[in-house]
Write a protein that binds this ligand. Structure first.
Ligand code: URA
Length: 422
């Protein structure tokens, strides 16, 4: 077998054979196939697609590239959630302890932000002392004790995806449904969760810009999960505007704690509860009541124990930014658009995200919103506050926000899209 034959086959729109897929994924992981060859193959896959059999085989080859975790020793059923990524998407933070408080175990392997979408680990690292890296044994111990753990995936889990994702990120080949579906599902299947709820985002701040593409991605991932014995369901949710009122690391932790305390923005609460209900039902706990666990403080207790178990101090003050800049409403009326992608780029430029994988992030940087689509705004009143430790970044953030919002005349009939679309 050789890489050029496999590249030519996909370039010429042929179906790859099982043997070709097994070989190329394995040989790339071992370093026998070069980055430039895999980049060419990824581009051919992006342009010419893969059928269901090819995607299933590609996913299986990625799983086989590393270890599989085993949670069968736990007394509780396992349930995990994966979001395809968005702006202000802090849902994992309140959701994992909430679902744990309702009786499931949540093994949440999370990632870091790259580009305009934030990363759960970067957010949690703004809590003094909290650490993302745990050994498999430590992870199991926290899961057994608290019922929820949020940590970085170990080096041994789907190493093919680690290499492939880094390559796709710099070769314009992220946005291919077969590659996204196999990337996400190989990690989730290897992680060994029994139930999985996928939050597939749709809109300007998401990878999938249209409902049709999001539906295809969701259907593909649900099929892969079920083929591997993982009880998988998907929700399609809105990402045309940021989730909640914050985008940025410490800002999002603060908002998540507000949700766990029984407050927080209504869209964050609604989506957290919708995903919790799906996770609990998929884990075989359909009678659990997540709204009660939020109201009675048991989700907050699970959060505090989860943070402490990973070295964090849940009572420590979160970092605040050295400089702020307020953006005001240009006119009075109804806010009819606040673009998720533009806000994500602004938060990233303020220092909340990184341009290269090795860059540090600013814990306190980001964007705080004072209005959401559908709200009434007054000319000159604050629309958003930008936070950073490096004020020379303000002009770049403001540049990305220039065409990010529309205000219509007072009385304009406008209804914001629902949080859960399907
Ligand atoms: N998240 C992943 O883990 N992989 C992708 O390809 C896209 C989003």
């Amino acid at each position: 077998m050789d890489a050029i034959t496999v590249i030519r086959a996909k370039r010429d729109r042929a179906e790859l054979t099982d043997e070709q897929i097994d070989w190329v994924v394995d040989a790339y992981t071992r370093g026998e196939v070069a980055d430039y060859q895999m980049a060419a193959l990824n581009m051919a896959i992006l342009l010419n697609g893969m059928n269901r059999r090819e995607i299933a085989r590609w996913t299986a080859a990625m799983i086989a590239s590393g270890e599989r975790m085993d949670f069968s020793s736990l007394s509780r059923p396992t349930a995990d959630k994966h979001s395809t990524g968005g702006v202000g998407d802090k849902i994992t933070l309140p959701l994992a302890p909430l679902v744990a408080a309702c009786g499931a175990a949540v093994p949440q392997l999370s990632g870091r932000g790259l580009g305009h979408t934030g990363g759960t680990l970067d957010k949690l690292e703004s809590i003094p002392g909290w650490r993302a890296s745990l050994s498999n044994e430590e992870m199991l111990a926290v899961l057994d004790d608290v019922g929820a753990v949020i940590c970085a995936a170990g080096e041994g889990l789907a190493p093919a995806d680690r290499k492939l994702y880094a390559l796709r990120d710099v070769t314009g080949t992220v946005e291919a449904i077969p590659l996204i579906a196999s990337s996400i599902m190989s990690k989730k299947i290897a992680e060994g969760t029994g139930a999985l709820v996928l939050d597939v985002k749709v809109g300007s701040g998401a990878f999938m810009k249209t409902l049709d593409d999001a539906r295809e991605l969701a259907t593909t991932m649900v099929g892969l999960g079920r083929d591997h014995g993982v009880n998988t369901v998907a929700l399609l949710t809105d990402m045309s505007t940021p989730l909640g009122l914050t985008a940025g690391n410490a800002l999002e932790v603060r908002e998540s704690v507000e949700v766990l305390a029984g407050g927080g923005p209504s869209d964050v609460v609604e989506l957290t509860l919708a995903l919790a209900r799906e996770m609990l039902a998929a884990a075989g706990l359909p009678d659990a009541d997540p709204a009660k666990a939020l109201a009675d403080g048991s989700a907050m207790d699970a959060w505090r124990r989860m943070i402490r178990a990973q070295g964090g101090d849940p009572d420590a003050a979160l970092p605040t930014s050295r400089e702020q800049h307020v953006v005001t409403a240009p006119s009075s009326g109804v806010l009819t658009r606040l673009d998720a992608y533009a806000v994500g780029i602004a938060a990233w430029r303020l220092g909340a995200g990184r341009a290269r994988k090795e860059d540090p992030v600013q814990a306190a940087a980001g964007v705080e919103l004072h209005a959401k689509p559908g709200d009434t705004v007054t000319a000159g009143a604050p629309l958003m506050t930008l936070h950073t430790d490096t004020p020379e970044r303000f002009p770049y953030a403001l540049e990305s926000l220039r065409d990010a919002y529309d205000v219509a005349a007072a009385g304009t009939d406008f209804t914001a899209p629902p949080v859960v679309l399907e």
